[in-house]
Design a binder for this molecule. Structure first.
Ligand SMILES: Cc1cc2nc3c(=O)[nH]c(=O)nc-3n(C[C@H](O)[C@H](O)[C@H](O)COP(=O)(O)O)c2cc1C
Length: 187
């Protein structure tokens, strides 16, 4: 099963095939050279006033950062995400250069992560964004201070064997992918 998006209009293959997997190859290791193209895509994302408020902390499986991120994952995220070769924390700078609140800080980080995920997909890596983690614990563990704010964690890795997942996760992986119809979201 490919679980490719069913679309009313044709879209790029890389967008149709992108999905958020929970089965990673727990033996495949990653380096910065593997993630470099995706981080370049994130770096070249647009942002309000070109402030580029995003930054990232990367943990590679086996290192201290990966372990710290893994320890803060909540619920079933803790069961599947640590197998990913990399766990990345998405951080945003909440202030502008003049010290005002940047209303687009999170929006721009999200857009950078979207660019990351599409480039990663094109390079044979799967990305799964997560809000299910202890944000306070991770902020302290990584020493992130205001005006920087931890927003999201995402896993990056090579696809693994869905059949090897425990049943509730396997079922989720094999469920049909769903979206609201275009008529509901565009008017
Ligand atoms: C900000 C954000 C937070 C998310 N949090 C979680 C999470 O904690 N656990 C999880 O399994 N999936 C999480 N997801 C993944 C979504 O559930 C997923 O993108 C959505 O169901 C659509 O599936 P697809 O990405 O495979 O198309 C999150 C996605 C985003 C963008």
């Amino acid at each position: 099963m490919t679980n490719t998006a069913e679309t009313q209009y044709p879209i790029l293959d890389v967008l149709a095939s992108r999905r958020s997997p929970r089965a990673y190859d727990g033996d495949a290791t990653l380096t910065m050279d593997d993630l470099g193209p995706a981080f370049e895509a994130a770096r070249w994302a647009p942002s309000a006033n070109n402030l580029q408020p995003w930054s990232f902390i990367v943990g590679y499986r086996g290192d201290d950062v990966h372990a710290k991120i893994s320890e803060t994952l909540s619920g079933f995220n803790a069961d599947w995400a640590p197998a990913a070769g990399a766990l990345v924390v998405g951080i945003t700078n909440t202030l502008t250069a003049s010290g005002r609140q940047n209303a687009y800080a999170r929006y721009d980080l999200g857009q950078a992560v979207a660019h990351f995920s599409v480039q990663a997909q094109a390079n044979g890596l799967s990305v799964h964004q997560m809000g299910g983690f202890d944000i306070d614990a991770l902020t302290v563990a990584l020493g992130v201070n205001e005006p920087q704010e931890v927003v999201v964690v995402f896993s990056v890795g090579k696809a693994g064997d869905v059949a090897a997942l425990p049943e509730p996760l396997k079922e989720r992986e094999e469920a049909p992918r769903e979206r609201k119809p275009l008529t509901e979201v565009v008017r």
